[in-house]
Design a binder for this molecule. Structure first.
Ligand SMILES: Nc1ncnc2c1ncn2[C@@H]1O[C@H](COP(=O)(O)OP(=O)(O)OP(=O)(O)O)[C@@H](O)[C@H]1O
Length: 259
């Protein structure tokens, strides 16, 4: 465990986003008790906002390796981050903040980088230019290959996501994951659970917002439901996400005939 508590410092005004959100207004101090903390809640309850604020305050890097300052869409997150006070057992700089949309942009950027490097190497090979000019591009290709294997170009978003996670997980990291299930099939969500379990043995800490009943079942996680602006500890079986999914799968028609 790295991050122990987050506290919201006194604000002058609570009538503007993000401070107007009930979950932020009522935050006071929240204590992380276990290496995996899962935030659950209906759409719009503020899970992403909360995670973004924590990521900003923790100075997390984005999955692409940039810091949060480089992303305009995270401006309010930075404001919230400044209002949050964090306490650590040992502060870590390792880990990352993951958001599905940003990840897809990042994967596309990597693929583009690889494509361009390949093209440039080919061009130089078949030209009169000094062949040493190809070196930096070959280095890029080599580095991408080392990190992500041979398949980066052809992997789907879901496949590259897991490859990338595997490549990026480092010992002692703090991982803040906002709906990591987004590109993943149920089977791949199980692979993600297995990866997360491995990282727990490497002293990883995970803070996850999810709608996935599969990820909510991560063993030994603390689950908090955001409801009426409060963060309420819940057992897996008490969660509406789980109950509703279970009931639906048991008898889809029971639900569908009423829609
Ligand atoms: N930049 C913004 N400016 C103003 N309001 C915002 C901004 N970003 C989010 N909100 C509002 O804050 C509320 C909480 O949004 P947030 O994305 O944190 O919820 P969420 O629980 O993650 O939702 P979901 O499960 O749908 O992803 C929503 O009502 C949203 O419209």
């Amino acid at each position: 465990m790295h991050l122990k508590t987050i506290s919201l410092q006194q604000q002058d005004t609570f009538n503007e986003y993000p401070f107007d959100l009930p979950v932020i207004k009522q935050l006071e101090t929240f204590q992380f008790q276990k290496p995996i903390t899962i935030f659950v809640g209906d759409n719009g309850t503020g899970k992403s906002t909360l995670l973004e604020g924590i990521a900003a305050a923790a100075e997390s890097i984005l999955i692409g390796g940039d810091n949060l300052d480089s992303d305009d869409s995270l401006e309010q997150a930075r404001v919230l981050g400044e209002a949050l006070k964090l306490s650590w057992s040992i502060k870590t700089k390792k880990g990352f903040f993951f958001r599905a949309n940003e990840f897809i942009r990042y994967i596309n950027r990597l693929k583009e980088m690889q494509r361009e490097a390949k093209l440039t190497v080919e061009e130089i090979k078949h030209s009169e230019r000094n062949q040493l000019e190809a070196m930096p591009h070959m280095r890029t290709l080599h580095e991408l290959q080392q990190l992500y294997g041979d398949g980066l170009e052809t992997l789907s978003h879901g496949e590259s996501f897991l490859t990338l996670f595997q490549a990026r997980f480092k010992k002692d990291g703090l991982y803040i994951l906002d709906e990591p299930e987004a590109p993943l099939s149920p089977l791949k969500q199980l692979s993600l659970i297995s990866l997360i379990k491995e990282m727990l043995n490497e002293n990883g800490q995970f803070i996850i917002a999810t709608h996935s009943p599969i990820l909510m079942a991560l063993p030994d996680a603390d689950i908090y439901l955001i409801e009426d602006g409060k963060l309420q500890p819940k057992a897996y079986d008490e969660l509406e996400h789980v109950q509703l999914t279970r009931d639906f799968l048991n008898d889809p028609m029971r639900f569908l005939r009423h829609l």
